[in-house]
Write a protein that binds this ligand. Structure first.
Ligand code: NOJ
Length: 559
């Protein structure tokens, strides 16, 4: 584990940097099939470098029947032809590295595709040598599934195999059978796949549903979740004590971590981000323990699962998270969007867009940005006949179950298919793409894209922002979330006005008097593009304004 008693010089790339998530199907199509591909990503590397990001995470690119768009892997050591070839990947990697960009892959170790040769073997007979690579159980006495476990995509987590008269486990689609991580051969195979990509030069992995790897060996029914209400996701009906966050999962992750460590050398550290939806106290345990290190970054989804978007709730959770991570000796991280969550601009409203972006890029810890959020892409309403996401299609009674709205093609320009493709894309384009696109925003210095670049450039150039301590301030109540990022003598204050009215704050308590008797700060960035100095004793913020201010060095007294 990496402690946080660091100097900014000792920070590693994945601590100091910004990660950018690409959903390859939707980034850039080069072969005219309406689906994005690896050469498309390579073609856009200069754009990516212009965003001042440091690493690219590619959602799954391995061979797959695409029932869950690559989260159903049929070969862990090859690229799906839809996306290109291994040679295309090598080219992408070397061109990214040449631009100083790291590349992370999405590893899906919890389940394979039902078309994976391992599962094809396993389902042949009960005594097949691969049988135990998956999780098979007899029907319950009297028939039916062996227990009450549920799939995240609706319905039971068990599918009956008439050929062998047993059920197999899948917490997603029936086409995504769960691998049996209790079997050392399975672990060796997946660790082997990691080595395959690490030897090719990948810098790290985002590991899919890492907190689900272990399952309790007794296969008992899971108890009802008392907090579940009608209208919530069906999967939440149960309290997942036998399928999530089991002690053996930590041991499995330590094995994965050891593989990354094998390939890490100073300056070329390899890392993993674990996908984990758990409460804070559990989340931090995935950094590891005295027994051994685990995830470099257990993904922090607190902003994605937030019940109420307000200065008070965000202050409270940022404070709790920062404290918990610090106590654990881990490095924090933040994320506002991904391919499973609705776009934050749609969720929080356009007025909050720059404020949210500023929050993500100024909190302490590694930010992960979802493709298109830098130009303010929004959810796209996808008509029934064009919906593709199996989660949405299987749970059609739940309007929030589809992830298509946040997976639509990147909006590059105003041409017929938005510069994404030469044909109609696999998902519809946003209706506003002729206005909201990279080309239009590139030409407009006041655009969201330029705001994003100013923010990322400021972060990169400011040790307080990429490495400093985080000190939330009480002023601002439920209207303004204000915090200081402090590093050595430097202090940078971030002010985020969540309210829809102008607010005046007295923050002079956080700065000692300047020579002229005032308490001034220098504006580094404002979402409303104002500059100059501000008076901390009566600092006014416009509605929804985000402001980053440098406090006069050495004249500051903070607790
Ligand atoms: C989490 C991924 O983010 C999601 O897109 C996928 O459907 C499930 N895991 C299953 O792999």
């Amino acid at each position: 584990m990496t402690g946080n008693e660091v100097t900014t010089d000792s920070l590693l790339w994945w601590q100091r940097g910004i990660v950018y998530q690409i959903y390859p199907r939707s980034f850039q199509d080069t072969d005219g099939d309406g689906v994005g591909d690896l050469p498309g990503v390579t073609a856009r590397l200069d754009y990516l470098a212009s965003l001042n990001i440091d690493a690219v995470w590619l959602s799954p690119i391995f061979t797959s029947p695409m029932k869950d768009f690559g989260y159903d892997v049929a070969d862990y050591e090859d690229v799906d032809p839809l996306f290109g070839t291994l040679a295309d990947f090598d080219e992408l990697l070397s061109q990214a590295h040449a631009r100083g960009l790291k590349v992370m892959l999405d590893l899906v170790p919890n389940h394979s595709s039902d078309q994976h040769p391992w599962f094809q073997e396993a389902r042949r007979s009960r005594d097949n040598s691969k049988r135990d690579w998956y999780i098979w159980r007899d029907p319950a006495p009297g028939g039916g599934p062996p227990n009450n476990w549920l799939s995240f995509f609706g319905g039971r987590a068990w599918t009956f195999d008439p050929h062998s008269n047993q059920y197999y486990l899948h917490q997603f689609l029936p086409e995504q059978p769960e691998l049996n991580w209790a079997n050392p051969e399975v672990r060796a195979a997946l660790l082997g796949a990691m080595r395959f990509w690490l030897a090719r030069g990948v810098d790290g992995f985002r590991v899919d549903v890492i907190w689900l790897l272990g399952k309790h060996g007794d296969f008992l029914d899971e108890p009802a979740n008392e907090e579940w209400r009608e209208g919530h996701f069906e999967h939440g009906q149960l309290s997942h004590i036998y399928t999530q966050d089991l002690p053996e999962t930590h041991a499995y992750i330590r094995e994965m971590r050891a593989v990354l460590d094998e390939f890490s050398v100073p300056g070329q550290e390899r890392m993993m981000v674990g996908e984990i939806y758990l409460p804070l106290e559990k989340l931090v345990t995935y950094y590891g323990s005295e027994v051994g290190a685990e995830c470099h970054l257990p993904f922090n989804f607190l902003l994605l699962t937030l019940q109420e978007w307000s200065a008070g709730t965000v202050r409270d959770l940022a404070r709790r998270y920062d404290e918990a991570v610090r106590e654990y000796g881990g490095w924090p991280n933040w994320v506002l969007g991904n391919h499973d969550q609705h776009r934050f601009k749609s969720k929080y409203g356009a007025a909050h867009y720059r404020l949210a972006q500023t929050l993500l890029l100024t909190l302490r810890g590694t930010p992960t940005v979802y493709y298109g959020d830098e130009i303010g892409m929004q959810n796209v309403e996808v008509p029934r006949e064009r919906q593709r996401d199996p989660s949405g299609l299987q749970q059609s009674d739940n309007p929030n179950a589809s992830r298509d709205p946040e997976r639509t093609p990147m909006q590059w320009d105003a041409s017929p298919f938005a510069g994404f493709s030469s044909v109609e894309p696999w998902l519809p384009l946003a209706p506003d793409y002729e206005r909201v696109n990279v080309s239009v925003q590139d030409a407009d210095p006041h655009s969201d894209l330029h705001y994003f670049r100013r923010l990322t450039a400021l972060r990169r150039a400011t040790p307080e922002l990429y490495g400093g301590d985080f000190l939330p301030l009480p002023e601002g109540g439920n209207d303004v979330f204000a915090f200081v990022r402090a590093h050595e003598g430097g202090r940078v204050m971030v002010l985020l006005n969540f309210s829809s009215r102008a607010v005046v704050l007295d923050l002079s308590a956080h700065a000692s008097q300047a020579r002229d008797g005032g308490h001034t700060g220098e504006v580094l960035l404002s979402s409303l593009e104002r500059g100059g100095d501000v008076e901390l004793a009566a600092l006014s913020l416009e509605a929804h304004e985000a402001l980053i201010v440098r406090l006069i060095p050495n004249l500051v007294s903070l607790p």
